[in-house]
Write a new protein. Structure first.
Length: 350
């Protein structure tokens, strides 16, 4: 069996929002006390959509500061940025030669991000999932906490691992470095684990505050659609007050949230921020109007996010400290990456 190891990453593009916090960062923090964890700022990924960035290094430090402000502890977790460990790009190249073009063409995120003019999207945007697979498998990570939108990419990561394990099975056996694992009903041996996504809890897909059918995203042109981690208390309260809802009061029963995306989203956000279940929340708020619920939700959001925002500012004011965390994390990650790549070279015959 593979040793349990958690890996995840966030791109240094624009402001982090509540969806990133609840879908990713809050979970990263909870996991660091029970698992060995590696958290990356995936700066290479941010080149796939836009090659030229205002100030990529500052944005990278900003995500690292958000990690630290959310409670990630560099003594417990490895925190670093991707481009410091060149093996990410090297393994991605090998995976580009393992993965099939058809697999990449099927990715819904590629279709969304490339838009109509697909022929003119960068090759990097198409190959993005190969680099993501490399990020994870470079450390032979077994668990990946992400939002629901990353599910398909995780499936592709497993497809790549499985094809690599199959294609090189004889060599892996000859070198005696195969690890036994359960894949479906089968017991197999391989070099890369079948990394599992950790997608659970009430906020795996936080929706836009303006449109309950769209996920909250930093690329949404409407700033009212999302709560940024950098928003002050008044802004958070205003955005929640203006959040779109249907005209009915809150239901008594969580089942009745199913066909009410806006209501479900706000209750889900409350649940994720408070650690309560939707049922508990509806016990208190069922039958009441959103005008009653929203101010309580706003207070909760301000109480949870305010201190993180303050910490982010404090930490960002000391870029040398952030750089030292990334440098140290990069060294530790790099040592692990080197070990894996030594074996990958032997397997592939490089
Ligand atoms: P974005 O999707 O906003 O461009 P990233 O791709 O960098 O942000 O995502 C960082 C992490 O945040 C990923 O694990 C992603 O699944 C998660 N995430 C992004 N948006 C949401 C959302 N609306 N709800 C829950 N998780 C999300
Ligand atoms: Na995303």
């Amino acid at each position: 069996e593979f040793k349990q190891l958690v890996f995840s990453g966030v791109q240094p593009t624009g402001n982090l929002h509540l969806g990133n916090y609840l879908g990713a960062l809050q979970k990263f923090v909870a996991l660091q006390d029970v698992h060995e964890c590696i958290y990356c700022v995936v700066d290479l990924h941010s080149l796939t959509a836009t090659l030229v960035h205002e100030d990529l290094a500052t944005q990278t430090r900003g995500i690292a500061a958000a990690y630290l402000a959310s409670g990630l502890d560099p003594k417990k977790s490895i925190i670093f940025n991707q481009s410091r460990v060149p093996q990410h790009a090297e393994l991605a190249w090998i995976f580009n030669c393992v993965a099939r073009i058809g697999w990449m063409n099927r990715m819904t995120q590629f279709k969304d991000k490339a838009g109509k003019d697909r022929e003119n999207a960068s090759l990097g945007l198409l190959a993005y999932p190969s680099l993501m697979a490399a990020d994870i498998l470079l450390y032979r990570a077994t668990h990946v906490p992400v939002g629901d939108d990353q599910k398909q990419h995780l499936e592709l990561t497993r497809d790549i691992a499985q094809k690599f394990n199959n294609d090189f099975s004889a060599k892996i056996a000859e070198l005696g470095i195969g690890v036994d694992m359960q894949v479906g009903d089968e017991k197999v041996s391989g070099f890369f684990p079948m990394a599992e996504p950790l997608i659970d809890g009430p906020a795996t897909r936080v929706m836009s505050l303006r449109d309950g059918t769209k996920k909250m995203s930093k690329s949404d042109p409407s700033d009212l659609s999302r709560i940024n981690l950098s928003d002050d208390a008044d802004t958070i309260a205003k955005k929640i007050r203006k959040a779109k809802t249907d005209p009915l009061p809150l239901p008594d029963n969580a089942d009745e949230l199913k066909d009410r995306p806006e209501a479900q989203n706000l209750v889900g956000i409350y649940a994720a921020l408070s650690g309560q279940t939707s049922a508990d929340i509806l016990k208190e708020f069922g039958g009441r109007q959103f005008s009653d619920f929203k101010p309580v939700l706003a207070d909760l959001a301000v109480t949870k996010l305010g201190p993180i925002n303050g910490e982010m500012r404090r930490i960002s004011a000391d870029p040398a400290y952030v750089d030292s965390v990334l440098r140290d994390g990069g060294e530790r990650a790099g040592a692990k990456a080197e070990e894996t790549m030594k074996m990958v070279h032997e397997i592939v015959g490089l």
